[in-house]
Design a protein around this ligand. Structure first.
Ligand code: ADP
Length: 750
């Protein structure tokens, strides 16, 4: 029995021993004086000790002199042990060190156990090295994350500061540029001598170049800040191609370079993509081709190709220019990189165009390839993924083949800059819109309360109350009309994101300054009430055959193309056309009235080709119809209806007059000899009557007539002076009133 009991006890103890040795906690038994009586394997392992005897002997070395709270280990251990003896249980963190001297943090649990009639303390140490190391790693990761966040915040603040800087710089620069470009478009140059005209021409050219540089820098900073958006729409690629060709042919002709173009038959006409950015890409490359070609040709081709199973639209631009060395192929796509080769000395550029082009192409998931032989020529190919568009979805407002007229519309322009205001009013006057003006946000609010405007053009940055604030306040005003009144931001701030600010402020749209006449045209069509707008179709591209009735706009590009881009020559031809054909509709009527078919045929035939020569396509077509009717009609059957020809010819002459009075060089003006008397009064009256429709159309070209009237009829000096000053101030309504007074005086003159 005893033996059995003994065996049982022995077995239990040995089981306990096994369990103790295998425990993942370091266990030891200590007496009241903290001497180790026994320990398990884990205790040896964590201290890095191989034998129990060593642990017992060197236990004191395994405690550092001080704990992490700064208290001496020995003193603290005695206290804690005593406490455990009293309470029976205690748990706390403790710092040991291994035999090698490395710190060994543990979670220590002390439990009082009976021992030899008294008590001992069983200790259980959980090794915290791994947990502490993890904690440290997490703390470090946390610290790094915080540091990165601080850095990111600083970078974001810096980037925002940069954006704000670019935005305000762009505003600062574009505002005066707007004035320079707008005013130089509107200024009259007929009283300048040749040198002055040349200077003036250079000012215009350079201000456009400067604007281009500013736009490039803005584009680049937008792309770098990730704020350049690609905004796809359904658009007519063929119209875009036509437009680019017209412009480029003209620029190339001025350098006596042949411009060839082709639009392959299988290329769809309607695409879905960002037409503005695609245009920017092509124009950059075509302009470069012309810029870096001294003689020969530039060829622009639009094709469809398939690569790696995907369809692309290929824009291929080939030139016979200076070429690029193979080692420079990559360089030219970097920002601010211009090649320093003998051949391109003296050619002005910023080295930004291709870098922007490349970035835009990348954003559209396209590719750009280059082949070139230095000294012989280059070929750039831009491949953009082909996404066919839907004709029905082409935005009506996208087209620029129309001109909006809205004489009954009530428009308010808000701008603090007097010159910009003048430019905006003059631009609106071209649409027969007489607008009110306000110099800041508060002024705008007052005006809006007084009158029922159809549309507001609101400048952004103004002293006092700015445009954004003004728009917000108008929207918050009581009354439905304040909620629906279209407000268009008119801002020199071209940075992306500005648009959002405007829309968030409750504005409807955004036009950037300098005002692009096409953008203004589109905005007027989009935002003015439909019943107040008349839309006149400009002569469409040369594919269209239907001649819109009663409207004529001279296509200057077409005309210039036919005179090899020589502006002076073109203007001479315009003058000849005016002198020889202005009365052709009347002459035709007389000839048919007299039954003179041959004369009528000659008039129609000559007019057909002369009109085509100056770019007056619709007149040419109307004349061609009459010519055909004269050929087809049987004997005695003569055309009688010349109304279409008459109206289009009249419009053409008005446009022609305007063209003759603008630009850098002028055709020789008709000279009026100063004299008085009935003949002079008659002539002056005729001129004054010609002037009336010009003034009604807000045409500053009308000034030349006023000068002639003044020379013809000096007694009117005072009146003509004030007329000139009103026209120069773009005050066409008072000008018209003075003109009517002049007409009345001339009619009554003896
Ligand atoms: P830049 O404003 O100088 O024209 P780009 O970025 O458009 O800037 O072009 C970078 C450089 O690439 C140009 O300075 C020019 O040296 C070279 N380059 C671009 N296009 C052509 C081309 N068609 N023929 C020859 N060199 C060209």
């Amino acid at each position: 029995m005893f033996f059995k009991n003994f065996l049982q006890k022995w077995e239990t103890q040995s089981l306990s021993r096994i369990m103790l040795e295998a425990a993942p906690l370091a266990c030891s038994l200590r007496d009241a004086d903290n001497n180790i009586l026994d320990c398990n394997q884990e205790a040896l392992r964590i201290f890095g000790i191989s034998k129990k005897a060593e642990l017992v002997n060197r236990f004191n070395d395994l405690n550092p002199e001080f704990q992490s709270d700064g208290r001496p280990s020995r003193e603290k251990a005695t206290k804690l042990l005593r406490k455990a003896m009293e309470t029976g249980y205690l748990r706390f963190d403790w710092m040991y060190r291994t035999l090698k001297g490395d710190p060994l943090p543990v979670e220590l649990t002390l439990i009082r156990v009976p021992w030899k009639g008294g008590y001992a303390i069983a200790t259980y140490s959980r090794d915290l090295r791994e947990a502490k190391a993890n904690e440290e790693r997490m703390k470090e990761a946390d610290r790094i994350a915080r540091e990165m966040e601080v850095q990111a915040r600083a970078a974001q603040a810096a980037s925002e500061a940069k954006s704000r800087f670019v935005a305000s710089m762009s505003h600062e620069i574009r505002t005066p540029m707007n004035a320079i470009i707008g005013m130089s478009d509107l200024v009259r140059t007929d009283n300048l001598d040749i040198t002055q005209k040349e200077y003036f021409g250079d000012i215009k050219k350079m201000s456009h170049a400067l604007l281009q540089i500013i736009n490039d820098i803005l584009d680049l900073s937008k792309i770098e800040a990730g704020r350049m958006d690609i905004n796809p729409i359904h658009f007519n690629l063929h119209a875009l191609y036509d437009n680019i060709c017209s412009m480029s042919r003209f620029t190339a002709a001025a350098k006596e370079i042949e411009f060839r173009s082709a639009f392959d038959e299988d290329v769809p006409h309607v695409l879905y993509g960002d037409d503005i950015r695609i245009r920017q890409i092509i124009i950059n490359i075509v302009n470069n081709a012309i810029k870096y070609t001294k003689e020969g040709f530039v060829e622009f081709r639009v094709s469809k190709i398939t690569e790696d199973g995907r369809e692309y639209i290929a824009f291929i631009v080939k030139d016979s220019g200076i070429g690029i060395k193979k080692e420079d192929f990559q360089k030219i796509f970097d920002s601010f990189q211009q090649l320093d080769s003998e051949l391109n000395r003296g050619i002005i550029g910023t080295g930004l165009g291709l870098s922007i082009t490349k970035k835009l192409v990348d954003m559209m998931k396209g590719k750009i390839n280059l082949e070139s032989v230095y000294g012989r020529g280059s070929e750039f190919t831009v491949l953009l993924p082909l996404v066919p568009g839907k004709s029905a979805l082409i935005e009506k407002t996208e087209s620029t083949d129309f001109a909006v007229s809205a004489e009954n519309a009530l428009v308010l322009v808000v701008d603090d800059n007097q010159i910009n205001m003048k430019v905006a009013l003059a631009f609106l006057a071209r649409h027969n819109i007489k607008a009110d003006s306000a110099a800041n946000g508060l002024g705008a609010i007052r005006m809006v309360q007084q009158k029922n405007y159809d549309l507001i053009f609101m400048d952004h940055m103004m002293p006092g109350m700015d445009g954004v604030e003004a728009a917000k306040r108008i929207r918050a005003m009581d009354g439905e009309r304040y909620k629906t009144l279209p407000i268009i931001a008119l801002s020199a701030n071209a940075v992306t994101g500005a648009g959002e600010t405007f829309l968030n402020a409750g504005m409807n749209d955004f036009i950037s300054k300098p005002i692009d006449p096409n953008a203004l045209n589109r905005a007027l069509l989009k935002w003015l009430p439909e019943d107040k707008v008349t839309v006149k179709q400009k002569p469409a591209d040369h594919h269209s055959t239907a001649a819109p009735k009663g409207v004529m706009v001279l296509n200057k590009f077409q005309g210039l193309e036919k005179t090899l881009g020589d502006e002076d020559f073109y203007k001479q031809i315009l003058t000849t056309f005016r002198n020889e054909h202005a009365l052709d509709a009347k002459k035709l009527q007389n000839a048919t009235g007299m039954g003179d078919r041959r004369l009528a045929h000659r008039i129609a035939h000559t007019l057909k080709s002369s009109a085509a020569q100056i770019g007056a396509e619709i007149v040419s077509q109307a004349a061609a119809q009459i010519e055909k009717a004269l050929e087809d009609g049987g004997p005695g059957c003569l055309p009688e209806d010349f109304q279409e020809l008459e109206i289009s010819l009249k419009d053409a002459i008005t446009e022609l007059e305007a063209l003759l009075c603008t630009g850098t060089s002028e055709a020789p003006a008709r000279k009026a000899s100063p004299r008085e008397g009935p003949a002079a009064a008659g002539q002056a009256l005729a001129l004054a009557e010609t002037l009336i429709p010009l003034l009604e159309k807000a045409n500053t070209g009308s000034l030349r007539y006023v000068n002639e009237i003044r020379e013809l009829f000096p007694p009117l000096e005072g009146k003509t002076e004030s007329l000139i000053s009103e026209i120069e101030d773009f005050e066409f309504k008072p000008a018209l009133e003075i003109l009517l007074e002049i007409t009345a005086l001339l009619k009554n003159s003896p």
